[in-house]
Design a protein around this ligand. Structure first.
Ligand SMILES: [Zn+2]
Length: 164
């Protein structure tokens, strides 16, 4: 027997279910918590590069003090948000940010660029300028959110280079 036990207050996803077990020989309520469906969220706009996913998520879990990081990826995403504002990629990114904010309650957003980016092959200084432009652009669109700009160097060290 399965039943729905509760709904997360911040979203409409099923957060826990229960079932009747018979381990003790009599009906017993066993509630299974699906932890992945509840908790606190922040948002990251990251390049799709597989090398930087784990370092960035670990940094942000600690930095923002949340349980989960909603991860929106695009090759060289910082280029889209600084130089290609009207692109379909930027529109898709905005749509995903809104879901993270409205459905997961995120109030913190990070934007990331990194060394040796195949999707945005320009010098580090120019990428870091794009991060700063993107942070300002994100703050204009999401003024109630804390915005962070990150740079991941060749040693996969995460550095904070902008904040708003
Ligand atoms: Zn990249």
């Amino acid at each position: 027997m399965l039943y729905q036990a509760e709904l997360h207050p911040a979203c409409d996803l099923l957060t826990s279910i229960g079932q009747i077990g018979t381990r003790t020989g009599r009906p017993e309520l066993k509630v299974l918590i699906i932890r992945a469906m509840r908790g606190s969220f922040a948002t990251v706009l990251n390049c799709m590069d597989g090398r930087i996913q784990v370092p960035v998520i670990l940094h942000l879990l600690d930095r923002f003090g949340v349980e989960y990081i909603d991860t929106i990826t695009e090759a060289g995403i910082v280029r889209c948000l600084s130089d290609e504002i009207d692109s379909p990629q930027t529109e898709s990114t905005l749509h995903s940010i809104l879901i993270s904010i409205e459905k997961h309650g995120s109030r913190q957003i990070a934007i990331v660029a990194h060394d040796d980016c195949a999707g945005n092959p320009i010098p580090a200084e120019m990428q870091q300028d794009q991060v700063r432009v993107s942070v300002m652009w994100l703050k204009e669109h999401f003024p109630h959110c804390e915005i962070l700009g990150l740079w991941v160097d060749a040693d996969l060290q995460v550095q904070e280079i902008a904040q708003s």
